[in-house]
Design a protein around this ligand. Structure first.
Ligand SMILES: *Cc1c(COP(=O)(O)O)cnc(C)c1O
Length: 488
């Protein structure tokens, strides 16, 4: 049968089978670890190896041509299934999530108004409710038309295209709570946001985007590993108060991107509560520990937050993107995006739920379907178990590195993020990383902490074992020695 896209559904199924076959081979090859984890070539080289200009001109017209393109594309793709992938904080996605991406790719049901995709809309509500429940907040109850208990208000939240947008949304909600007139009149110059220096850069971007200027992001005292020192908060508050500033929000990390360390949420939360300050927890990476019966103790106090950001595409085995911004009091979300969008919002809608008033995006992918299918097909327990496995593995890798002469670790890990370095200057660490990346056998990141540069790994793959790490350390030693010879 012909379809509107010019492809028959038979053609779709046939080419779909080619894609699945190619992806199957890609994953199997990656898992065996016998191929480079990363292939770093200049843009031009990839344009040539994939023949982009030729394909744009001649088109991909045959199955053989499509297969050839897939081969060239996948040959240069970064392999998260590879045991030597210890770099960025992005999930090794469950197949259920990939299938959700495929379903969404065909349906293209947008998530701004209910009628664009009512089943996906109901799923987003269900996923938000599930997350609220994990935090210890009241679900919205919208899926069950359930009334909240007397005197209490249900939580709220929305899925966003990424934690960065979720952080911006949380700060907009905080501003709407303290200075609702700002939506129309602009942000007055007396608002500040308090955060540790280790806050994710999306905080600074959010503050700058809101027209406050990054000077309005005021650093709170932290220990030598960048964790908020609750005892230092009164002095910071007094100091900004003395300058006539009003605190719009205080942000804490759960956990910090660079170090993987958790701020003391209980103490910081209690301070915020006592002073009537909006408490924002950035749990983009580490909130998933809520699923582990033991590891969740690092998040004790998270329920004191007014807002929480939680990415599913980091540690809930969900493909990018799928992030959530959650609110203890769901009413907080209502004033966040006050705007005149009468063409989509007008009239009273009795059926369903429009997201447009609660989110920055207009068209939005049905992000909830991905997490929902992972939850339904892998199970919440399995996701929690995976967090535990990654945390424990990182702990063992820490011990392994700490025991090796010439290597230094920043601190014992509290999550699956670990910083370490090899003898030598900061410059050496970066050069070693570049060299490893160029060889393609290992992929690491780096971070600056305590005035030093560290090599940084995020263990996202349970197949990354101590043997992988031993080979990595051998390699680092050799690269560093060779560099010393050539530069010496
Ligand atoms: C990854 C991360 C973010 C950004 O999330 P994206 O989904 O990549 O936009 C924000 N905060 C923290 C703490 C993170 O680790």
């Amino acid at each position: 049968m012909e379809s509107a896209t010019g492809w028959s559904t038979d053609e779709f199924k046939r080419r779909g089978a080619l894609v699945l076959e190619a992806l199957g081979r890609f994953v199997e090859g990656s898992v065996r670890g016998e191929v480079p984890v990363v292939t770093l070539k200049p843009v031009q080289a990839f344009a040539e190896s994939m023949d982009l200009e030729g394909l744009l001109e001649e088109g991909i017209t045959t199955d053989e041509g499509f297969r050839a393109f897939l081969r060239a594309f996948l040959a240069g793709a970064t392999r998260l299934h590879h045991p030597a992938y210890v770099a960025h904080q992005i999930a090794l996605p469950h197949y259920a999530s990939a299938l959700a991406d495929l379903i969404s790719g065909i349906l293209n049901n947008g998530m701004s108004v209910y009628e664009m995709g009512p089943t996906a809309g109901a799923i987003e509500v269900a996923v938000i409710d599930w997350m609220l429940d994990k935090v210890g907040w009241q679900p919205t109850g919208r899926n069950r038309a359930r009334l909240p208990a007397a005197g209490s208000f249900p939580g709220g939240g929305v899925l966003t295209h990424g934690g960065s947008l979720a952080n911006l949304t949380a700060l907009l909600a905080a501003r709407a709570a303290l200075a609702p007139e700002a939506w129309q009149q602009g942000t007055s110059g007396d608002l500040v946001v308090l955060a540790p220096a280790t806050a994710h850069y999306s905080m600074a971007r959010a503050v700058a985007t809101m027209g406050m200027g990054t000077d309005a992001l005021v650093e709170v005292p932290s220990d030598e590993l960048g964790r908020v020192l609750p005892d230092g908060l009164p002095a910071t508050l007094a100091s900004v108060g003395g300058e006539g500033k009003r605190v719009m929000a205080l942000c804490a990390n759960a956990c910090a991107t660079a170090t993987g360390l958790y701020d003391p949420l209980q103490e910081v939360g209690a301070f915020c509560r006592d002073h009537g300050i909006w408490f924002h927890v950035d749990g983009a990476h580490g909130a998933s520990a809520l699923l582990h019966p033991e590891k969740k103790r690092r998040l004790a106090g998270v329920a004191l937050a007014d807002s929480l950001v939680w990415d599913a595409h980091k540690l809930l085995q969900t493909s990018a993107l799928c992030a959530a911004v959650l609110f203890r009091d769901g009413r907080r979300l209502l004033g966040t995006f006050q705007q005149n969008a009468a063409y989509v919002l007008e009239g009273s809608r009795e059926i369903g739920h429009d997201f447009i008033g609660h989110q920055f995006e207009c068209t939005k992918s049905p992000l909830g379907l991905k997490l929902f299918l992972v939850l339904a097909m892998a199970g919440e327990e399995e996701l929690g178990r995976n967090v535990g496995v990654l945390w424990e593995r990182t702990r063992r890798i820490h011990d392994q590195i700490a025991a090796r002469p010439g290597f230094q670790v920043l601190c014992p890990p509290e999550s699956n993020i670990l910083c370490f370095r090899y003898t030598g200057e900061d410059r050496e660490q970066s050069r070693v990383r570049q060299e490893l990346m160029g060889e393609g056998d290992f992929l690491l990141t780096q971070a600056d902490m305590g005035g030093k540069r560290w090599l940084r790994m995020t263990i996202m793959n349970p197949r990354t074992d101590e043997d992988t790490i031993r080979r990595l350390l051998d390699r680092i030693e050799k690269v560093a020695r060779d560099q010393a010879v050539t530069s010496g």
